[in-house]
Design a protein around this ligand. Structure first.
Ligand code: PLP
Length: 437
């Protein structure tokens, strides 16, 4: 497999290098050279395959031998060891539950696959791998739990102080072992900026073997394509083949993976990119002007992103042609009030509790149906996290309906371990340089 940087398309690297470097020196993003299209026979009979069979087929096509088949199969079996069911709410509305992994969020797909791929590529006696990751909440938990105990790795997680939920904070700060948490007095964008700057800092790169676990890593993007194919397989079994996916979006990795799946031949009628008021992308669709802005705190905090880091990849997939993109993607953005109303309506109509991110994707389906006149397609909204991660959102009957999964029960009562830092790079660098890893 060869990958190029979106900033320098002429220069290519192999998969291993893209996985460990995460971001090219020119600050572009890695993209696969030539996206494979899966054979028609496979797509037409996809309902006959299991999630892990589908995952293997898709990964093997993209990786093109970068990991031998048997090893790839083992990585997939180990990483994707939880289901991704599509649940029917009504005849034309389904929800794809992506929260059955250890951190209760869809990011488990990416983080678990990536950690195992990195581990596979590391040879004995190599320098410890230092994973730096900025999180607005869910990435950190998935990465921490994905790397916990993986030999020869040290993970540093940066999260915005006071801006993650209690359960998220437990997932970030109670692990010990090879995982440590840094509480940053700032926003997620500040955390992300610190990590990005660390990757371009000469001294840090000389001392440490730095790598990113953020959604910019190509090894996180690839496994996120699996569940789109697998959702389609489930729907096909139910006799549904005209499918619209609505994706709650922040850094646009999730929907980016969906679009990659589509490019690989997955039949999708439309994607909906649903955001909270951090609407850089919906505004771009309206005005044609791409104007990143500082993020605003919302109920759906994992989507509080003012400058989505995967957007470049999506533009790249569409040769920077907004009109082409508009044919397959529509957008919608929602306030906290609308989010709360959607959570309530879904509960009232379906007796089903969703997290605030998920609610936004559902709300966007309604608007899509109205504005497009497409009433018949089967609309699937991606449920990106378990509602118990956001307890402040629910009251009364709804709160009572949320069950706490085993993964969370084991964290309660464990002591918090974290270091508090400001937003200036010098302080962060000093902290990293001072640590013996
Ligand atoms: C990360 C996250 C999102 C946003 O996903 P992107 O790939 O960054 O667009 C949405 N919902 C939840 C619960 C998340 O954790």
């Amino acid at each position: 497999m060869k990958l190029y940087s979106t900033n320098t398309p002429g220069v290519t690297v192999d998969f291993k290098e893209a996985v460990f470097n995460s971001m090219p020196q020119d600050k572009g993003l890695y993209m696969p050279v030539g996206i494979p299209v899966l054979d028609r026979d496979f797509i037409e009979n996809i309902e006959m395959y299991s999630l892990s069979e589908i995952a293997f087929k898709v990964a093997d096509s993209i990786l093109q031998g970068a990991i031998p088949k048997n090893e790839l199969k083992a990585i997939i079996e180990d990483a994707i060891n939880f289901p991704a069911p599509v649940i029917k709410l009504d005849d034309r509305t389904y929800v794809l539950e992506l929260f059955h992994g250890p951190s209760l969020a869809f990011k488990d797909f990416g983080a678990r696959f990536m950690s195992r791929v990195m581990s596979y590529f590391m040879t004995e006696g190599e320098k410890t791998l230092n994973v730096l990751v900025a999180t607005s909440g869910d990435t950190g938990g998935a990465v921490a739990l994905g790397f916990l105990g993986v030999p020869n790795t040290q993970v540093t997680i940066l999260y915005p102080k006071g801006k993650v939920s209690a359960i998220q904070e437990l997932q970030l700060t109670t692990n010990g072992q090879n995982i440590r948490a840094v509480e940053v007095n700032g926003t997620f964008d500040d955390c992300q900026a610190l990590v990005k700057q660390a990757f371009t800092d000469k001294e840090l790169n000389e001392k440490f073997r730095l790598t990113s676990a953020n959604s910019i890593n190509i090894a996180r993007l690839i496994p996120q394509t699996f569940y789109y194919f697998n959702a389609y397989a489930q729907l096909k079994r139910a006799g549904k083949t005209e499918v619209v996916f609505s994706v709650p979006s922040g850094n646009f990795g999730n929907i980016g993976a969906g679009l990659l799946a589509w490019k690989m031949g997955l039949p999708v009628k439309q994607f909906i990119a649903a955001t909270n008021v951090n609407d850089t992308v919906p505004a771009f669709f309206r005005s044609g002007l791409y104007e990143p802005k500082p993020s605003v705190a919302t109920l759906s905090n994992a989507m509080d992103v003012g400058n989505p880091s995967n957007w470049v990849r999506i533009m790249n997939l569409f040769n920077n042609d907004l009109d082409e993109l508009r044919k397959i993607v529509s957008t919608g953005s929602y306030t906290d009030i609308q989010t709360g109303e959607a959570v309530q309506t879904i509960f009232d109509e379906y007796d089903y509790v969703v997290c605030p991110h998920t609610a936004i994707a559902w709300a966007a389906i309604n608007d899509y149906r109205k504005s497009s006149g497409d009433d018949n397609s089967t609309a699937v909204f991606l449920s990106t996290a378990h509602p118990c991660k956001f307890p402040d959102v629910y009251e009364g009957e709804m709160a009572g309906k949320i069950t706490i999964p085993e993964q969370v029960k084991t964290l309660l009562g464990k002591p918090k371990q974290s270091v508090e830092l400001g937003v200036d790079f010098a302080g962060f660098k000093e902290y990293l340089m001072g640590s013996e890893l």
